[in-house]
Ligand binder design. Structure first.
Ligand code: SF4
Length: 374
């Protein structure tokens, strides 16, 4: 992995070797990221004993081996059969940038030949990884750098988990948030599979309370996320008025946030599971007393919290963030209405790792490659 100190990263012999190894592996399917059921299907298709699935899960998730040959309690014949079409599949990040505040941004190459970014953020005892679920995004939010780069394809469950387990700080992580590049519910099968691996006893055994999945509210599948996982959910709200929200988030015209909230009211968030609403603040657009009143009306009676986020400027955007004082006043006004409201700290803005700044375009900036389109 290379430390990026400027935007003109030069290819090295190591990078070339890694690239060739990568190409060799591209025609093999990853075992990494498969659920126990999928591993069972794989071993059954190869005529291997059913218990081999648990053996593989233990090797790749518990012991962290990188090679099928290292799975020594699987017969030699079994390993040969597995190795014909499969590989374990983990990849190391190809570059890292470090912010003045300690935030790190990792660059990973995807199976489609594109790149994704992942942000590692520390805050006191917490070490959070913000993972990407897609290469780019199709949702077109007007304040988001990821949207500007277009869409370069879905990530597999293995590619999502790989971000978590392949960074040097992996064992120190306390939390994972699916808030990087992409809309997780636009790639729900892979996201759910990654959550299953992360939280199952045969996988990494994490508590779901350490995981938050963010969404702009993809109504047709939101219930699947709520039913099939126990992770916290964060809904990107940003404006309670439909017309205003639609002007920056096209999704509002298809799946209005009022209907998202209506669906959320059917679920119980009074125990361990948390629902929160993300609210990026834009001066003069969503920071008035009318917005406070409408937020209180929209969320009335729902056990939730609001996270206020300072807008991080992107090129050619008309928006600016309100002053810190105005954000504090907005927070206090919502709190007075009975909604738990916090201001989320901004981290990694200088390396474009902060909320809304991750981008496949920056892979070009690293000097690695231009994005491919599917
Ligand atoms: S804010 Fe999220 S959903 Fe909207 S374009 Fe950016 S990555 Fe996609």
């Amino acid at each position: 992995m290379q430390e990026v100190t400027s935007s003109t990263l030069v290819f090295s012999t190591e990078a070339l070797t890694r690239g060739l190894f990568y190409l060799w592996r591209m025609d093999r399917k990853w075992l990494y990221g498969l659920t126990l059921r999928q591993l069972s299907e794989t071993v059954a298709s190869l005529g291997l004993p059913a218990f081999t699935a648990r053996q593989i899960a233990s090797w790749i998730y518990n012991k962290g081996v990188a090679q099928i040959e290292a799975m020594t309690d699987i017969s030699l014949r079994g390993r040969e059969l597995l190795g014909r079409d499969h590989c374990v599949g983990r990849t190391a990040p190809s570059a890292v940038e470090t912010s003045v505040d300690g935030t790190k941004k990792y660059l990973f190459r995807t199976s489609g030949g594109n790149h994704i970014e992942t942000a590692y953020i520390t805050d006191g005892d917490r070490a959070t990884l913000c993972v990407s679920s897609q290469c780019g995004c199709r949702m077109g939010c007007r304040f988001c750098m990821t949207a500007r780069g277009g869409f370069g394809g879905n990530l597999s469950a293995g590619e999502i988990l790989n971000q978590i387990r392949s960074i040097p700080e992996s064992d120190a992580l306390t939390n994972v948030v699916y808030m990087g590049m992409g809309e997780p519910l636009d790639n729900l099968d892979a996201v759910l599979a990654s959550l299953e691996v992360l939280t199952s006893d045969w996988g990494y055994g994490w508590s779901p309370t350490r995981i938050t999945v963010s969404t702009i509210g993809v109504l047709p599948v939101l219930n699947r996320l709520l039913d099939d996982s126990r992770a916290h959910v964060a809904v990107s709200l940003h404006n309670p008025f439909p017309d205003q929200r639609a002007s920056v988030m096209p999704v509002e015209k298809v799946w209005p946030v009022a209907e998202v909230v209506r669906l959320l009211r059917r679920y119980d968030f009074s125990h361990q599971r948390r629902i929160s609403f993300e609210y990026i603040m834009f001066e003069g657009f969503n920071d008035s007393p009318a917005h406070i009143r409408e937020l209180a009306r929209l969320l009335d009676g729902l056990k939730c919290r609001i996270n206020l986020i300072r807008f991080h400027a992107i090129p050619d955007s008309p928006f600016v963030s309100p002053s810190p004082e105005r954000m504090v006043a907005f927070r206090d006004a919502l709190t007075a209405k009975g909604i738990i409201t916090t201001i989320r700290a901004s981290c990694g803005e200088d390396i474009r790792a902060a909320c809304g700044l991750l981008s496949i375009r920056q892979a070009v900036g690293y000097g690695l490659s231009a994005p491919n389109r599917p």
